[in-house]
Design a protein around this ligand. Structure first.
Ligand code: CO
Length: 494
């Protein structure tokens, strides 16, 4: 058994016992003004910070095999014009959540390995999927949508977080369709006279994979949609855009569904990563009447997330968080016993792609353990200078994310704001100041789990000077389990 407790606590930047507590369920739903605030919330910071992640780490007493199987819980932190800040959290009332809560038992297996009680016989041939709506939450086209990549979005009321129901994006999706949890927001789409647009993709995996690109106007209406087929099974969680291209990285994985169908393993455990094989970089023009899709081979390791992409001179640049090996959940291991030393850290690589010559050059731009990035929203798909990303406290090795790193891609200068030993960070969100003149002039919003107090804080950091004391720390009355992705909107909902 891998066991962190037996390790010399002095060498760790964190207490494993405390780290594990961040995976405790939060079954309660709260609704209150945050009163326990250190520092001062900036007056100009007005809007709503929405965030999604698993809220339950067990279903009616049966623990989950992987936190990614947890029912989606949305948090909304509303920054009001009068300087007050309101917190609310609600579970997405998905069909599966409602059914399991009502019946008081686990009804669904999880995609990442959670099995119903009763052994393989009770899981045999059970491939019905519970849409857990737990990965991201976006506000687009006047709709608040909880996203999970294997099914349809769920729509919520942005004021109350009440679940309205499955949303088919005004007929763009059909029942049973899916759309990724990682849309990209183009701040000024060239195809739409500089209007903002949302670009997303969906994948129908199989022996070959059908990739569909969807682009939506700010009123939610569909602008463009086109489909492309690539050979092989695809596990693609995220993508990147430039003004002219969508970039998707097809990791070198194969999928053997048999153990899943037989009830022996979760679908996620049936994905096998082949680190010696190259990935395929799929480059799809955003304008459907442009030249055809191109597929180039690339040695990137395993990629969940990209930071950004852009075009410069005649090249395309893609910045991605790459792992030498896939951090895989094995059937006999408990995620809470993760031995971080045995896992490869996520590291940021820059890929320089030349479409004419069909060449890719690569360069590591950050070796430190990283995950969950954000940049200035106006630079999505554009050349950019600053990135903000969750990182480990130490600059070497692998460990839980306890700090935020700011990387200046022009000078290479780094700033780190660490919350170690008791703090664990989620995805940082960059909110630009209203009349900013510099790219880093803004606030970093981040949920930090405080393992000492077993509660979470909403922390506001200064984007220009990340290392200085937080601008404000808003103490919640409770904890929020480690989350996934979220977004900021300048609209205030309460
Ligand atoms: Co993600």
């Amino acid at each position: 058994m891998t066991n962190l407790i037996s390790k010399d606590q002095q060498t760790l930047s964190y207490n494993p016992q405390q780290w594990r507590q961040g995976y405790q369920s939060q079954p309660n739903e709260y609704d209150y003004f945050i009163e326990d605030i250190e520092g001062k919330v900036p007056e100009e910071l007005q809007g709503t910070f929405f965030r999604n992640g698993p809220g339950l780490l067990e279903v009616q007493g049966t623990p989950l095999k992987h936190p990614f199987d947890g029912d989606g819980m949305i948090c909304a932190v509303s920054f009001l014009p009068n300087g007050k800040v309101h917190f609310r959290n609600r579970f997405v009332r998905t069909e599966g959540y409602v059914q399991e809560q009502k019946e008081g038992r686990m009804i669904y297996r999880g995609v990442f390995g959670t099995e119903k009680p009763g052994g393989w016989i009770n899981n045999l041939f059970d491939i019905k999927i519970k849409n857990i709506a737990n990965t991201n939450v976006i506000y687009w086209g006047k709709k608040l949508l909880a996203l999970w990549e294997a099914a349809e979005p769920y729509r919520l009321d942005p004021k109350t977080l009440e679940t309205i129901g499955i949303d088919y994006l005004d007929g763009v999706l059909n029942p049973g369709d899916s759309i990724s949890a990682h849309p990209r927001f183009d701040p000024a789409s060239e195809l739409d006279n500089g209007q903002p647009c949302l670009v997303n993709f969906s994948i129908k995996p199989g022996l070959s994979s059908k990739i569909t690109i969807h682009e939506f106007a700010s009123d939610g209406s569909l602008l463009r949609r086109h489909s492309h087929t690539v050979p092989g099974f695809s596990f693609i969680h995220d993508f990147a855009i430039t003004p002219h291209y969508c970039l998707l990285l097809q990791n070198p994985v194969t999928f053997n569904p048999l153990p899943y169908i037989l009830g022996l393993k979760g679908a996620g455990e049936c994905v096998n990563f082949h680190p010696k094989k190259p990935s395929k970089l799929i480059i799809i023009p955003r304008n459907p009447s442009d030249e055809k899709m191109k597929v180039l081979e690339i040695n990137s390791g395993f990629v969940f997330h990209h930071v950004n992409a852009f075009e410069k001179d005649n090249d395309i640049y893609l910045d991605s968080i790459c792992y030498d090996s896939l951090p895989q959940v094995k059937p006999d291991t408990d995620y809470k016993e993760t031995d971080f030393d045995t896992l490869d850290p996520g590291q940021i690589w820059r890929f320089k792609i030349n479409l004419e010559r069909e060449t890719i050059e690569k360069e590591m731009i950050e070796s430190r353990c990283c995950e969950f990035s954000d940049i200035h929203p106006n630079n999505v798909g554009r050349n950019y200078r600053y990135l903000f990303i969750g990182t480990a406290h130490k600059d070497k090795g692998n460990a839980p994310l306890q700090a935020i790193l700011k990387l200046d891609l022009l000078t290479g200068e780094k700033q780190v704001h660490s919350f170690a030993p008791q703090g664990y960070v989620g995805e940082p969100i960059f909110v630009p100041q209203p009349d900013a003149t510099n790219e880093d002039q803004g606030w970093i919003l981040v949920v930090v789990y405080d393992g000492d107090k077993h509660r979470s804080d909403i922390v506001i950091l200064d984007g220009e000077n990340l290392e200085k004391e937080p601008i404000a720390i808003l103490h919640l009355k409770h904890h929020i389990p480690y989350g996934l992705h979220g977004n900021w909107t300048s609209e205030v909902f309460l």
